[in-house]
Design a protein around this ligand. Structure first.
Ligand code: GN1
Ligand code: MG
Length: 370
């Protein structure tokens, strides 16, 4: 019996839990797929569900996550139904006592959500059809949540995607640490120094009133897009802990940095990492079919910067965590965050090298709409 079977049972009254397997490869929370003895044909939704232990070092107020989830999933489900979108939102599964979460005797915070039946996700994008669907998923998500007033969403992770704050964190980690100064570390330090001025581009635009806060997903990387197996179409965007007020640019930048890197963010071959412009064009095309309805002209002006910035940002976050002794992201070995930082920095370099093409591509897609 898996050690977490009894925890899974808290969320499965009247059923027997058959298996609990580790699921996905999240860097923050611990995720398990639970299989129950429910009948696959009769109760497909109850056969499997996702059990997660929230990392409360990162998410200090996990109750706020559950509260937000109730608010926006209900809102988005209703809007999807009213407008005829074929779209699924994961459901919060209550405990036997009707709570949204379970706290175990050690004080761990557990919650369960439904698995989007008949769907799967991919770690990287290999063709433009999937790329289009990934972009479409983000556009649909942002569209369905776009009329939810931001005041209704709590801030579940303060400072998330605020790049100037990540740079402060980097400076602190750098001044306090005893890292070994290898050639890779020097490359990273130099890389960050050269881009300091650029780091505030989105926050400055927000302060100047050029960009506005909206409800955003926060973590729309490729493997959070659920693709319906029977049709190959995107049906959901999961991993909803960071849905909160933000800039839509955080999402599009994150989606592009994750989608346009065919080697994936975990590759050891960091020197070979490249941005794939064809995949990028297909993601943006899918995204804009939905996002056209709510993007402003100023939003378009910052699309290129967002792709470059979010990639750079994740590199800085990984590198800072390496310098700080791997305290935020889960790691498999002590150099893991350094390797991940190098991947993102190489990708940033490639995005910079393609700047003219990417800007041209964006221009070509938006001009007819403006
Ligand atoms: C973290 O845990 P996961 O993989 O869903 C991180 C994201 C990063 C991502 C990189 C709350 O997400 O911001 O883009 O790793 N989530 C948080 O893989 O920091
Ligand atoms: Mg996540």
């Amino acid at each position: 019996m898996h050690p977490y079977t009894s925890i899974a049972e808290q969320f499965a009254p009247f059923k027997r839990v058959l298996y609990v397997h580790e699921f996905g490869n999240g860097n923050i929370n611990d995720t398990y797929l639970v299989t129950t003895d429910a009948d696959e044909q009769m109760q497909p939704e109850e056969k499997h569900f996702v059990l997660q232990r929230i990392n409360t070092q990162v998410f200090k107020q996990p109750r706020l996550i559950m509260q937000n989830m109730r608010t926006f999933t209900e809102h988005m489900r209703r809007r999807a139904r009213e407008e005829g979108h074929c779209w699924e939102m994961p459901r919060v599964i209550p405990t036997c006592e009707g709570q949204d979460f379970f706290i175990d005797p050690q004080g761990n915070f557990w919650r369960a959500i439904s698995y989007v039946h008949g769907s799967r996700s991919y770690e990287t994008i290999k063709d433009t059809k999937l790329a289009y669907e990934v972009g479409y998923a983000l556009g649909t998500f942002q569209y369905l949540i776009s009329d939810l007033p931001i005041e209704r969403l709590a801030d579940t992770l303060e400072g998330f995607h605020i790049m100037p704050r990540y740079l402060q964190g980097f400076d602190q980690a750098f001044s306090h640490n005893g890292y070994k100064s290898s050639a890779e570390v020097k490359y990273c330090l130099n890389f960050v120094e050269k881009r300091r001025a650029f780091a505030s581009v989105l926050e400055t635009a927000r302060e100047q009133g050029r960009l506005q806060l909206r409800p955003v997903h926060g973590d729309p990387k490729v493997n959070n897009v659920m693709i319906q197996e029977s049709t190959g179409r995107a049906i959901s965007l999961v991993d909803l802990d960071t849905v909160k007020p933000g800039l839509v640019h955080y999402d599009i930048g994150d989606c592009m940095r994750s989608g346009c890197n065919p080697l994936g963010e975990e590759t050891e071959d960091w020197e070979a990492v490249r941005f794939d412009p064809e995949i990028g064009a297909a993601i943006l095309e899918g995204y804009l079919t939905q996002a056209r309805h709510f993007l402003t002209p100023a939003d378009y002006d910052y699309l290129f910067d967002s792709i470059r910035l979010l990639t750079f940002e994740l590199g800085v976050r990984f590198f800072t965590d390496y310098l700080a002794g791997n305290v935020y992201f889960k790691v498999k070995h002590p150099q893991h965050n350094l390797q991940r930082a190098l991947v993102q920095f190489k990708l940033t370099e490639s995005i910079e090298a393609h700047e003219a093409d990417i800007r041209h591509m964006i221009q070509g897609m938006v001009s007819p709409a403006l």
